[in-house]
Design a protein around this ligand. Structure first.
Ligand code: NDP
Length: 331
């Protein structure tokens, strides 16, 4: 079967040469294992960190071994009680392979009665749960507050903005294309949205959109976008730091925030978090997200790239904003 491996560790912005497609034979199925066929593959910004040979919260990808990520798959054969051919499953660390033999611990069943299977990679997967944990648990939004989210049209950002609206906040999104800005305002209920690629003075644009200042800044991108947001933070503002995609391909460490004197004076809370270490909130998040989807209070968007071979292209596209909502590859 076809699989995609890490062929080389990139320096700076990666290109397709860091990946290689190869054909391998599957080992025989053993007790405790299932044979799966990948249907939907998630591509995620955090995978860039795993390409570096550096210690982190998750070990680096191994050279010449398959890339791993979240996958929705169909069971073809099973040596595990409770899994039968035709069942749909998901797992967060499954190989980029058209078929694979995996252990029962790596997968869990999914309910696709009223939920599209691919949603388990997005709004009901890591992205949605991350949005919930960062905004609700760390940000603690109150009705009437102003929330700004960067990376607003991506998988996490779309959910952050809509939860903030559900909680009665004024919501401003920052994203990188006119079409994204239009959709945030017309389809996803954002009060304002600002294109960071075409707005010459982000500080002025944000000040205009946030006349009462900013109470929560949910940061997905960092860099100059975050520089523009910080001066507008209110007394006791909260800043859940979710991601810093603008620096993932940097070869040198970017300068630290210059805002720290104001962080003291305004009693601002800046807190980084990883959704994987907030497991105690995952069930609560899934419950609320599912409920909001069913009540049509929460909408989601996906950019689906067709074809297993296009996994590298889809992943690289995250760094130039090719996706609205969750970027997914359909095998
Ligand atoms: P997205 O769906 O948001 O895709 C990435 C988006 O980032 C692109 O669409 C692009 O949109 C934007 N982007 C790319 N390069 C830049 C840049 N240089 N400056 C500003 N924006 C840029 O991805 P996710 O929703 O999966 O992830 C969003 C963030 O959350 C990432 O930083 C990710 O690492 C982080 N994350 C953190 C988790 C945690 O546990 N802390 C868990 C999951 C994700 P645009 O067109 O607007 O530029």
């Amino acid at each position: 079967v076809k699989q995609i491996v890490l062929a080389a560790r990139p320096s700076g912005m990666p290109d397709a040469s860091v990946f290689r497609t190869e054909n391998v034979e599957l080992p025989p199925l053993q007790a405790g294992q299932v044979h799966i066929r990948g249907l939907y593959f998630s591509v995620d910004p955090y995978m860039r960190g795993r390409m570096n040979d550096a210690p982190s919260y998750i070990p680096p990808f191994q050279l010449n071994a398959p890339i791993e990520g979240a996958v929705v798959a169909e069971v073809l054969e099973s040596q595990v009680m409770g899994y039968n051919p035709g069942d749909l499953i998901t797992g967060g660390l499954l190989p980029w392979a058209m078929e694979a033999i995996v252990s029962a611990e790596a997968i869990k069943p999914i309910d696709t009665q009223s939920i599209p299977p691919s949603y388990y990679l997005g709004v009901l997967g890591s992205a949605g749960v991350t949005a919930y944990c960062g905004l609700v648990i760390i940000g603690r939004p109150k009705a009437g507050e102003t929330v700004v989210v960067s990376g607003a049209a991506g998988a996490v950002g779309l959910v952050v903005g809509q939860i903030a609206k559900i909680m009665g906040c004024r919501v401003i999104g920052i994203a990188g294309s006119e079409e994204k800005i239009r959709q945030l305002k017309t389809e996803f209920g954002f009060d304002e949205a600002i294109n960071y690629k075409t707005t010459p003075d982000m500080g002025a644009a944000l000040a205009k959109a946030c006349p009462k200042g900013i109470d929560i800044y949910f940061d997905n991108v960092g860099g100059t976008t975050t520089d523009a947001v910080f001066p507008l933070l209110n007394f006791q503002a909260r800043v859940p730091v979710c991601g810093q995609i603008s620096s993932y391909n940097d070869t040198a460490t970017p300068p630290g925030p210059r805002i720290l004197p104001q962080v003291v004076k305004r009693s601002i809370l800046i807190q980084g978090f990883l959704v994987r270490y907030m497991k105690e909130y995952h069930a609560e998040a899934a419950l609320h997200l599912t409920q909001w989807l069913k009540e049509n209070k929460l909408k989601f968007a996906e950019t689906v790239v067709e074809g297993f071979d296009r996994l590298p292209e889809a992943w690289l596209g995250l760094f130039s904003g090719q996706n609205m909502g969750k970027m997914i590859v359909k095998a």
